[in-house]
Design a protein around this ligand. Structure first.
Ligand code: NDP
Length: 278
């Protein structure tokens, strides 16, 4: 069996082991996938140990995506733009970092939720590793206007600055904002903060929404409930991060194994599993 893990802190909430077990079954690939709780001050040592013990790659979650990018001497273009990685592959030629969060999110919004991003006004809340990974793909998907709002505005500004050239060539109006000045009446609102995970509530005011806004929280399971209820109570269409999770996982599996598993049945099974647990 080839071994993979999802590494993060916290990590016990992650559904990635379940998803990759289904992908392995579907494709017949000899994949064994677990969780690795990395100490907040010991991510690099934990990953190096796992690789030395024969691990073939890992997914990386909160709060280590920027650290993961720095660990790998080689990276894909999308990881380089994000300067954050959610996937590492341990190759004989050196480690490779990729970022599949963005394509995962865009595929979930456009294919699974059926909302085209072309020409849309989009609010991205957060400027951490997950938001860094999705900003480029949201621009490439044709968003007309994109605002990145974050608690620490300097991080939003830096993220926007790094994407300035890409946005200009795609014709996307891109700006950074504080949470208090996040703007109003968006077509799509994406919560890419860790606020739901820590139970800290909703990071922006309801003016960000309008009737029919797609309001997506990257979080899933019970911690996403508060955001989904908030969205529904203001006439928006709430969506959790499960679809994104499954889609980004399929792209990671492709990078590791050279085969892309199908996602529709896996997403349904995962929803049923979480509903049964609730
Ligand atoms: P990081 O630690 O890199 O970034 C955290 C972000 O959340 C920062 O922008 C931070 O703001 C903000 N934040 C944290 N707490 C609060 C709060 N109380 N109020 C407002 N903003 C807050 O984490 P990631 O970016 O890696 O992950 C963010 C979330 O997205 C996690 O919940 C993760 O589980 C989820 N995720 C889901 C995925 C999926 O596939 N569904 C994929 C990737 C992530 P500041 O800069 O000011 O500290």
């Amino acid at each position: 069996m080839d071994r993979y893990v999802v590494a993060g802190n916290p990590v016990e909430h992650s559904q990635s082991p379940f998803i990759h077990a289904l992908f392995a079954k579907e494709t017949g690939e000899p994949v064994e996938y677990g969780r690795l709780l990395a100490p907040l001050d010991g991510f690099e040592a934990a990953i190096r140990r796992f690789a030395e013990e024969g691990g073939r790659g890992c997914n990386v979650t909160v709060p280590f995506k920027f650290d993961a990018f720095k660990l790998a001497p080689r990276h894909t273009d999308r990881a380089a733009l994000a300067q954050a990685a959610n996937v590492l592959r341990f190759d004989a030629q050196g480690w490779m970092a990729d970022n599949t969060d963005g394509i995962g999110l865009v595929n979930d919004i456009q294919r699974n939720a059926g909302v085209a991003l072309g020409g849309k006004k989009v609010l991205l809340i957060g400027a951490g590793g997950a938001s860094a990974g999705v900003l480029g793909p949201l621009i490439h998907a044709g968003s007309a206007e994109l605002v990145v709002a974050n608690r620490s505005v300097d991080k939003a500004l830096a993220l926007v600055e790094r994407h300035r050239t890409v946005a200009a060539s795609a014709g996307t109006q891109l700006r950074a904002a504080s949470l208090e000045q996040a703007g109003s009446a968006y077509d799509v609102v994406i919560n890419g903060t860790a606020a739901s995970l820590s139970g800290a509530g909703i990071p922006v005011g309801p003016q960000a929404l309008r009737e029919g806004t797609l309001a997506l929280d990257m979080m899933y399971g019970p911690p996403a409930r508060c955001f989904l209820d908030w969205a529904a109570s203001h006439g928006a269409i709430g969506r959790d991060g499960l679809g994104m999770l499954v889609e980004q996982a399929a792209e990671a599996f492709l990078l590791w194994r050279g085969v892309r598993p199908s996602t529709t049945a896996v997403l349904s099974t995962l929803r049923e599993r979480l509903a049964a647990k609730a």
